[in-house]
Design a protein around this ligand. Structure first.
Ligand code: NAD
Length: 367
């Protein structure tokens, strides 16, 4: 089976952290006999500089043809003053739209060595491993009508519409049920059915799908406000959470911070399955970090863990993903830290040093 991977490093620290993934890909080729058909392309400011647009049709075509896309980050001060339609972020939005990526997967995992980096007590986060599945293409961010109306007499009205259809709910719930089946077998569906009709529909459709197709998954329902509280009170009670675009946006950021740093957080966005292949884009949660770009300071873990998610979900290489996650754990346990996860009184290492240590840890684990 050919494994087509499109790499889009983007801007700022994007190329630096992606270089670390390229080293791991080369290592897998040489040491594990696992090779990818890798292509690279431009996105964001890098594409604007070369082609005048934040992503070209050619790159979008390549993304559609790939088994997985791995993206670094886009944006930076150089392009801040462009019109909204030409900004680097539009490249990413176009990719998400053209690939119809409707399910956003945000794991919140706490590596043992980083337990103290969380703002919560160690016992609450040690061993934490939850997955938030956020609906990404519907809901209040896209619903019509929307806008700001002038009602006269100095009064204006801002409108957004929360709207979900049955197929939109079912397709994202299905992704979440499938994931729960591969993890702890538990799914929590989150909405506000107490005050929103779209929430009532969400709850009914998820319950029906669960009863008909996933009877072995333990499904429960929770209101979004309670879920926010439970995430900081006792986050380990969750396995997989599925929720809409707005609540998912907020809850996934709250869950992310349980684990310490932006530099550690991967994500995946999945689209429809066609001919046994699901469109997918993997990217770190962080941005292009212009304040540290070009200084060999960036933490490459979030991007490497995004690649490891690609191995697991797009290439069915769970064993290789385990190996990478194990190497990340080893490097952290050995005390190596980039500045973003630095411990008080201890030195920070460079991106390059972190990459060297990762490769050494991979060697050791497979010796
Ligand atoms: P950011 O995530 O780039 O940076 C926030 C802070 O976290 C900075 O201090 C940065 O140095 C630090 N940081 C982020 N990633 C890190 C890493 N891997 N290692 C070490 N430190 C890290 O967010 P921002 O500063 O708000 O945005 C900067 C640019 O990135 C903007 O142009 C923004 O539009 C863009 N952005 C892009 C994406 C994306 O590509 N998906 C997401 C968010 C922001």
């Amino acid at each position: 089976m050919s494994k087509k991977l499109l790499i889009l490093p983007g801007d700022g620290i994007g190329p630096e952290v992606m270089a670390v993934v390229r080293r791991v890909i080369d290592w897998m080729d040489k040491r594990r006999g696992v090779s990818f058909d890798v292509e690279e392309g431009l996105v964001g400011g890098a594409s604007i500089d070369a082609h005048g647009v934040p992503v070209t049709d050619e790159v979008v075509e390549k993304a559609l043809a790939a088994d997985a896309v791995l993206l670094g980050a886009v944006g930076g001060p150089k392009w801040d003053n462009l019109d909204f339609a030409r900004k680097p972020e539009r490249g990413l939005l176009r990719l998400r739209k053209d690939l119809e990526l409707f399910a956003n997967l945000r794991p919140a995992m706490c590596f043992d060595a980083l337990v103290d980096a969380s703002t919560l007590k160690p016992e609450l986060v040690r061993g934490l491993d939850i997955m938030i599945v956020r609906e990404l293409t519907g809901g209040v961010y896209f619903g019509e009508p929307r806008g700001i109306e002038d009602l006269g007499n100095g009064i204006r009205r801002g409108i957004n519409t929360q709207v979900y259809t049955t197929p939109e709910i079912i397709r994202v719930a299905r992704v979440a049920f499938e994931l729960a089946g591969k993890r702890g077998g538990r799914l929590t569906s989150v909405e506000k059915a107490n005050v929103m009709e779209s929430g009532v529909l969400w709850r009914e459709e998820v319950s029906k799908l669960g009863a008909e197709e996933y009877p072995d998954i333990a499904l429960d329902h929770m209101y979004a406000d309670n879920c926010a509280m439970q995430l900081v009170r006792a986050p380990k009670q969750f396995d997989v959470i599925v929720t809409d675009n707005l609540f998912g946006d907020i809850l996934s950021d709250a869950a992310a911070m349980l684990t310490g740093s932006l530099g550690m957080l991967p994500s995946a966005s999945l689209g429809a399955e066609e001919n046994g292949r699901r469109r997918a884009l993997y990217e770190p949660v962080h941005g292009s970090a212009p304040d540290i770009a070009g200084q060999d300071k960036a933490n490459p873990m979030a991007t490497l863990l995004s690649f490891s998610m690609a191995l697991r979900y797009s290439f069915d290489l769970g064993g290789e993903a385990d190996l990478i996650e194990g190497a990340v754990e080893d490097v952290l346990a050995a005390g190596l830290r980039t500045a973003d996860i630095q411990e008080p009184g201890k030195p920070a290492v460079t991106t390059t040093a972190m990459a060297d240590a990762l490769i050494a840890a991979l060697d050791k684990r497979t010796a």
